[in-house]
Design a protein around this ligand. Structure first.
Ligand SMILES: Cc1cc2nc3c(=O)[nH]c(=O)nc-3n(C[C@H](O)[C@H](O)[C@H](O)COP(=O)(O)OP(=O)(O)OC[C@H]3O[C@@H](n4cnc5c(N)ncnc54)[C@H](O)[C@@H]3O)c2cc1C
Length: 442
């Protein structure tokens, strides 16, 4: 395996927040220690001024980390090297070419240009999307203006999110009294007014609360921060694209790194499937596309709700852009069925609206087909619960079984009592297992 990358320590330096979910992924991969060298700063407190309200969150149960992205990326590259990945860095790849069944990837280092031969290529080049073409915007165009800022001292590791009339801002504070700030603005209104990035940054900061009084401590850098999906360019449909080379989430969700980590893992599993089980190509590729679509829908729905909340407070052109977009279809869950209507002697069977169907899932390090429960009120098919396959959990319910017998069967199959009870409640309250004696219409 070979990784081609420019040096992360050159170019613009950005501070970002690492969600507890991203940290858990890194920890599970045994990469938690990589963070110890990555200049990461635990963030226990946040102030959020949004939708006309200010919320101060202190002492989160789960810690968010502030990371210097360049150092973080360098630590991850180092961890990859120690695990046997061949690293070509600093180096830049150009568009690959397929000759026969092999990709030829031109790579330019400081000394030379070489051509790498590879059976499979993962494009993880971020928004530049080396093999991408058509870009579909998923939210209004957003430009990020980032800079270091010297302002009023704040506790180190404290983050602030603040919505103003024509922008929103994210900042983090450090022990030396400096802040790092990112201001998110509408690039079209900047262009129309002929405003330069530095002036726009200062204007946005000036329009915010007094916590932002102070002065610039670096130049202002600008980069696209719109949520977008990128399709593969003609001829590159076989390339697996991971992270922002395929999908950029809205920065408001702060989920970009977590999403890129998940997608990176899934991409590796998809490529491994293509190597080990080439006959599963279609299901592996469809699995990957479906997961990316799912992330995009979930993130879009969450951010749309937050933007609308803000748009009600500030009826400015910046915020009303978010209301012009149609709301993503809402997946409303029906009210749960009361649990006290489930008795040990209640006869259970699978709901007539549910079915077991083979879907693509991750099975260790490959994509495989496994039975999953499909129901209109589930936002996705469920193949595993409590570490068990849904097929094995529901085998006895297909032909009808009492709640007590199903519960005992799960326990006999080594499921802890509490877990068995939770599962029974979950299936019942969501109407996935129904009373055998009830008519289908009811
Ligand atoms: C202003 C801003 C603030 C953000 N804040 C947060 C945050 O707080 N938390 C969060 O989770 N997310 C945040 N995000 C999103 C997050 O940065 C991205 O989602 C994440 O970095 C995506 O990871 P990636 O690996 O797909 O792409 P990238 O991190 O962009 O990595 C792509 C890599 O590919 C390299 N590359 C590009 N072209 C080539 C080439 N031709 N050859 C070789 N290498 C190449 C690049 O140098 C880069 O190292 C923010 C985004 C923006 C714009």
């Amino acid at each position: 395996m070979c990784l081609v990358a420019p040096s992360p320590l050159h170019g613009n330096r950005r501070w970002e927040s690492l969600t507890p979910g991203a940290w858990k992924i890194l920890d599970a991969l045994g990469l938690g220690t990589a963070l110890a060298h990555a200049h990461c700063l635990p963030s226990h407190a946040a102030t959020v001024s949004w939708g006309g309200r200010e919320v101060n969150r202190a002492g989160h149960a789960e810690i968010t980390f502030l990371i210097d992205r360049a150092r973080f990326d360098a630590c991850l590259m180092d961890a990859a090297r120690r695990r046997g990945v061949r690293l070509l860095t600093p180096a830049v790849a150009s568009q690959p070419q397929k000759i026969g069944g092999t990709w030829l990837l031109p790579v330019t280092t400081s000394q030379t240009t070489v051509s790498l031969c590879a059976a499979h290529v993962i494009d993880a080049s971020g928004r530049k999307a080396l093999t991408g073409s058509r870009r579909r915007r998923l939210s209004p165009a957003t430009l990020a203006l980032c800079a270091r800022w010297r302002g009023q001292p704040a506790p180190p590791g404290m983050t602030t999110i603040e919505a103003t009339a024509e922008s929103w801002l994210w900042s983090a504070s450090f022990a030396d009294g400096a802040h790092y700030a990112a201001v998110f603005v509408d690039p079209r209104s900047l262009r129309a007014a002929g405003v330069e990035p530095t002036a726009a940054f200062l204007e946005a900061v000036g329009g915010s609360s007094s916590r932002w009084e102070g002065a610039l401590a670096s130049s202002v850098t600008a980069c696209d921060a719109s949520a977008i999906r990128i399709a593969r360019a003609p001829g590159f449909e076989d390339i697996i694209a991971a992270g922002e080379a395929a999908l950029s989430l809205d920065p408001l969700s702060s989920q970009g790194i977590q999403r890129a980590l998940v997608d990176g893992q899934q991409s590796a599993i998809v490529v491994n499937t293509l190597i080990v089980h080439p006959e599963r190509r279609d299901i592996a590729v469809a699995f990957h596309a479906e997961r990316q679509g799912e992330s995009s829908r979930r993130d879009g729905a969450m951010c749309h709700g937050l933007y609308r909340e803000q748009a009600i407070t500030y009826r400015s052109p910046f915020w009303s852009r978010y209301c012009e977009q149609g709301a993503p279809p809402e997946h409303k869950l029906p009210s749960p069925i009361p649990i006290d209507s489930l008795l040990p002697e209640t006869g259970l069977r699978l709901s007539p609206r549910a079915r077991l169907e083979d879907v693509a899932v991750i099975d260790s390090d490959v994509i495989a087909l496994a039975p999953a429960l499909v129901h209109p009120d589930l936002d996705r098919p469920v193949a595993f619960l409590a570490g068990r396959s849904i097929g094995s959990l529901l085998a006895r319910a297909i032909s009808g079984v009492t709640a007590a017998s199903l519960f005992d069967g799960w326990q006999a199959d080594s499921l802890p009592e509490g877990t068995a009870l939770e599962l029974l409640q979950w299936f019942w309250q969501r109407g996935l297992l129904v009373d055998n004696s009830a008519t289908d219409a009811s």
